[in-house]
Design a protein around this ligand. Structure first.
Ligand SMILES: [Zn+2]
Length: 423
């Protein structure tokens, strides 16, 4: 019986992978609509033929990897339940320690280690592709160091989160999800507060801008938007990647705008100022705080649904999975499986909200800099540096894109100028 279910799940995974492969490589139309041919939106006008070919190839591979990775995790959680491996980890933990928190920490170590080993081939393949297409510049040893960091940071966070969840399950039989939700609010805010000062510096070096002339220009722009100067940072990314990026992070006194050094080095001053104005748009419109509010709302629904589904699954399948009750730690893969499926199902919505905020930030930047040319050049350079698609397939857009597509971004910059001209 167990084998039959396992076989079915594996077959379903491969069928899904094959279907996505056919969709991404053969069915999806990523050509530019005829009306934009020859305009600044058309990648043929700003990429050479080699870049055009590489960006199509690399984007397809990355999109496929994205769609393979999430269900791969689901398959893993399902199989370790089905084969009683989760129950075995719980027995090992029970033999080593008698105290519940310690048992949980030991159980989590085995589960995290198994997850790391099983997902490593996918992570490594992604890294290899990234190297092949000259996006990643990171040496294997440095990449591996980041993997280990990910492991320990993830493990430490997991220990805290899982201990709280299972203590609440034991304490409040029915309403545990509500208690977890209430506790998750201060916890997430704390995590966002310490992220830029505790976690991010483990991976990369952060410092004030090196190019002092550019810094002057950026700070005077920041001054216009009332953003204090000490909130602008540069991060050393050129050792790891050729891609360009900038972002807003942290809350309260730790909130900051971070520019990758690759962005500062490879774009001209007007483009950097456009990107900076975009990030200031996020800052001024308080997108981080709106994001937290949205997350709090979604997690209320998500935790309630998780509780219902978990009760149902453990009642129906617990015997087969050798999980005696929901409150025993061996049920954790079921919790992770359900939350991962729910997060994936919610991603079209969360991405849609994010794309809206990004569009607002683009508009803010256009209004502030009044530099349409720099905006268009920035989007074109971002496309080239990341070998990304200007017009991605529909499913890729709704599940993967937290930013509008380059087609949409360049088009908006274009139309913005026309509106200005009419005024
Ligand atoms: Zn943005």
């Amino acid at each position: 019986m167990v084998r039959k279910w396992a076989l079915r799940a594996v077959i379903a995974y491969f069928l899904f992978g094959a279907a996505m492969y056919v969709y991404l490589f053969f069915l999806a139309d990523t050509a530019i609509p005829d009306m934009y041919k020859g305009t600044s939106i058309d990648p043929a006008t700003f990429l050479n033929s080699r870049e055009l070919m590489l960006s199509e190839e690399y984007s397809r591979i990355r999109n496929l990897m994205f769609f393979l990775a999430t269900p791969y995790q689901w398959l893993f959680y399902y199989l370790i339940l089905l084969f009683g491996i989760s129950a075995m980890f719980e027995r090992w933990a029970g033999k080593t320690a008698k105290w519940f928190p310690l048992q949980t920490i030991i159980y989590l170590f085995w589960l995290s280690l198994a997850t790391f080993v099983v997902t490593f081939p996918l992570a490594y393949t992604s890294y290899l592709f990234s190297k092949t297409y000259n996006i990643s510049t990171q040496h294997f040893s440095s990449w591996m160091k980041d993997q280990f960091l990910d492991f320990w940071v993830g493990y430490a966070t997991m220990c805290v989160v899982v201990l709280v969840i299972y203590s609440m399950m034991k304490k409040f039989k029915k309403k545990w999800w509500l208690a977890v939700w209430v506790l998750s609010i201060p916890f997430s805010i704390l995590m966002m507060f310490i992220q830029p000062v505790v976690i991010d510096p483990l991976y990369n070096d952060f410092y004030p801008l090196k190019d002092k002339q550019l810094e002057m220009k950026i700070l005077s722009l920041a001054d216009e938007a009332d953003i204090p100067a000490e909130h602008v940072y540069e991060v050393d990314m050129s050792k790891k990647t050729n891609a360009l990026n900038a972002y807003v992070t942290g809350v309260g006194s730790n909130s900051r705008i971070v520019l990758w050094d690759t962005t500062l080095e490879r774009l001209d001053d007007e483009e950097v100022l456009f990107i900076m104005a975009h990030e200031m748009g996020h800052y001024v419109e308080k997108h981080i705080y709106k994001g937290i509010a949205g997350y709090v709302l979604l997690s209320f629904i998500g935790l309630w649904l998780t509780a219902k589904l978990m009760e149902l699954w453990v009642r129906k399948r617990g015997k087969v999975w050798k999980v005696d009750s929901m409150t025993s730690i061996s049920s954790l893969p079921a919790f992770l499986l359900i939350t991962s499926i729910l997060l994936f199902a919610a991603s079209p919505l969360t991405n849609w909200v994010s794309r809206y905020q990004e569009m607002r930030a683009d508009r803010y930047a256009l209004e502030m800099t009044e530099d349409r040319d720099a905006a268009v050049r920035t989007f074109q350079d971002l496309t080239r540096a990341g070998l990304s698609q200007v017009n991605p397939p529909y499913l890729v857009k709704i599940f993967r894109y937290g930013h509008p597509t380059m087609l949409e971004r360049i088009k908006m910059a274009d139309e913005f100028e026309r509106q200005e001209d009419e005024d």
